[in-house]
Design a protein around this ligand. Structure first.
Ligand code: ADP
Ligand code: MG
Length: 272
């Protein structure tokens, strides 16, 4: 199967600062990939390169076999759906209108059932007529996720399985909605969508993803199955915490915050 994404030696520099340096990777249809790494590591930059919002300074990003820079905006929207880390909507749109925006220029009659399904999936029944700014942070995040689901459904109906890109989609969500959202994303992967999500919670990442990418200081420093990636050594080297990684009876790694301590380097850095 040909990859959905192929990145070859991709770098992003802005005014002398290197945000991402020489990243190569490929993602196939149906994979669930989590991107983890400390604040400022370059995770959102990588997501913006995957989404085509940011053009690499060097290297190439290919989406479904074509250079991402060759896509027209409408084709890009039909082949990959993106939930950005920060979405600002200050105009008082209704929830159903925002979710419907995922349908772009598709006929209303086709989009409406998708909006209803996405609202139900994001557990937003009853919110359709509410103005977005009146919703809680988590409810707004779920609204944007529902919008992205509509976009993905419209695009995949015409162009086949594409990519779903989620940048910290669970940041404002309670536990149940975190799991709900990631299960929704996982269902898309089972239907062939390549799902790539930035997650801070390593336990959620281990549960959700087939594969974890670790980004540190603009470089891709590890790429593999959760059990091989989430180790004591990773916590120490990349996240600067001392902790013992446990294993569930099902073989998944887990980390308990109760057992975490900052490393000596992290303590020294905090003093400066
Ligand atoms: P994160 O891993 O937290 O998502 P980002 O990809 O957003 O990190 O940012 C990576 C680094 O690049 C950060 O240190 C950030 O401050 C820096 N950065 C992002 N955008 C710019 C910009 N336009 N100009 C300069 N530095 C930037
Ligand atoms: Mg980010």
């Amino acid at each position: 199967m040909s990859p959905v994404y192929e990145l070859a030696a991709v770098s992003a520099r802005i005014r002398g600062a290197t945000l991402l340096d020489g990243v190569s990777l490929s993602v196939t249809a149906g994979e669930t990939v989590a991107i983890v790494g400390p604040n400022g590591a370059g995770k959102s930059t990588l997501m913006r390169l995957l989404s085509g919002d940011l053009v690499p300074t060097s290297g190439t990003v290919r989406l479904k076999g074509h250079a991402i820079t060759d896509y027209r905006a409408a084709d890009l929207a039909a082949n990959r759906a993106v939930l950005s880390q920060h979405v600002q909507v200050s105009f008082p749109f209704m929830v159903a209108e925002v979710v419907g925006m995922g349908g772009g220029r598709q006929p209303r009659a086709e989009v409406e059932p998708l909006v209803a399904a996405a609202l139900a999936e994001a557990e937003l029944d009853g919110f359709a007529a509410r103005e977005l700014p009146t919703l809680s942070g988590g409810e707004q995040q779920r609204t944007h996720f529902a919008r992205v689901l509509v976009q993905l459904a419209c695009g995949e109906a015409d162009h086949g399985a594409g990519a779903l890109l989620l940048d910290e989609p669970t940041a404002s969500l309670d536990m149940r909605h975190q799991i709900n959202l990631l299960e929704s994303a996982k269902r898309r992967a089972l239907q062939g969508t390549a799902v790539i999500a930035v997650l801070h919670d390593l336990n959620l990442a281990a549960r959700f993803a087939d594969r974890i990418l670790v980004v540190r200081k603009g470089r891709l420093v590890a790429d593999g199955a959760p059990a091989t990636i989430i180790t004591d050594d990773l916590l120490q080297r990349v996240f600067e915490v001392e902790a013992r990684v446990g294993t569930t009876p099902g073989g998944l790694p887990f980390v308990l915050p109760q057992q975490m301590a900052r490393t000596a380097t992290a303590i020294a850095a905090a003093r400066h």
